[in-house]
Write a protein that binds this ligand. Structure first.
Ligand code: URA
Length: 204
């Protein structure tokens, strides 16, 4: 049997990767998701943002970060002078994982094997786009990128080395801000914006 990952023979452009990923069966998440949600943005963006996995809106539309978390993200990027159009935005896991609660599809955190199964796509995106900075939004992205559990709290807000010539910035996931109690929201949002500010010098 062919045990190779589909990303290994998906070609050498982001467009060919995206196409090949539409019928990825490397884990079971494709079974209940509507579609693969691949990364989007300039194919040679200097900054790449990595989220966790598509949410309900992303699953329905096929585009990353178009729901509530995406609005916060766009807003925060604008606040530091980065436009959404100049960065590449993707996810560690490319299918929506959820649990049905009545008619609502509730986001469910991907497990390690799902993150690992999807990693080859992210790896190829990094190789083709060659960003100078990767921003991990939350623990799942950090886990995927670094290959091990990496707590966000103690590692956020500083430039780390991902590979030679490629920096890594870890920060919170924007949906963390959505779940914050009202009295902490502004403060946490500002902390997020402060972290993102470190990305500014990496713009072309
Ligand atoms: N949350 C994510 O991590 N990614 C998306 O694309 C949307 C919400």
């Amino acid at each position: 049997p062919d045990t190779s990952h589909p990303a290994e023979h998906a070609g050498n452009t982001v467009a060919s990767l995206r196409k090949a990923a539409t019928n990825c069966r490397a884990c079971h998440l494709w079974e209940h998701a509507t579609q693969t949600v691949f990364g989007e943005g300039p194919s040679h963006a200097s900054i790449m943002l990595v989220g966790e996995q598509p949410g309900d809106r992303e699953d329905a539309t096929g585009h990353p970060f178009v729901g509530p978390a995406g609005s916060i993200l766009s807003h925060a990027l604008t606040a530091v002078g980065i436009s959404r159009e100049e960065v590449y935005v993707t996810n560690a896991v490319k299918h929506f994982k959820f649990e049905l609660r009545g008619k609502r599809r509730m986001h469910k955190k991907p497990i390690d094997t799902e993150i690992v199964a999807c990693h080859a796509w992210l790896q190829r995106e990094i190789e083709l786009i060659t960003p100078r900075l990767i921003i991990a939004l939350g623990a799942t992205a950090a886990r995927s990128l670094l290959g091990r559990a990496t707590p966000v709290k103690v590692n956020r807000g500083k430039l780390l080395e991902y590979a030679t010539g490629v920096s890594l910035l870890i920060t919170v996931h924007p949906s963390f801000l959505l779940r914050m109690p009202e009295e902490n929201k502004d403060e946490e949002y500002e902390h997020f914006v402060n972290d993102l500010n470190l990305a500014k010098p990496f713009l072309d």
